[in-house]
Design a protein. Structure first.
Length: 102
């Protein structure tokens, strides 16, 4: 059986992982602790999700991001590295689509 996850960051959400199946045992969005991944990868995904929240002007969310170009570059770099490590840890039987638009 193949499991399918979507990877993207969302305002106000503490995980970048969403199962394709709404009835997934991993939650919707995914509860990181339910996935067969290391505590280090869980912590990194949670850290990135928290960091992402700073990309939003919470006083008026349609405003441009308060992030500098450098901060956006660093975030993208670290998010892609975390995605690759996640894919390695999950291994065969898992497909993780990158829908982050980063």
């Amino acid at each position: 059986m193949t499991h399918y996850l979507r990877f993207f960051f969302e305002a106000g959400v503490d995980t970048p992982l969403w199962p394709q199946d709404m009835g997934s045992p991993y939650g919707h969005p995914c509860v990181l602790e339910r996935l067969p991944i290391s505590p280090a990868v869980m912590a990194e995904l949670a850290r990135l999700s928290e960091w992402y929240q700073g990309s939003i002007d919470w006083d008026y969310p349609p405003n441009p991001s308060p992030w500098s170009d450098e901060e956006l570059r660093l975030f993208k770099e670290q998010a892609h590295a975390a995605l690759e490590e996640l894919r390695r840890e999950l291994g065969e039987g898992w497909v993780v689509w990158d829908e982050s638009l980063l």
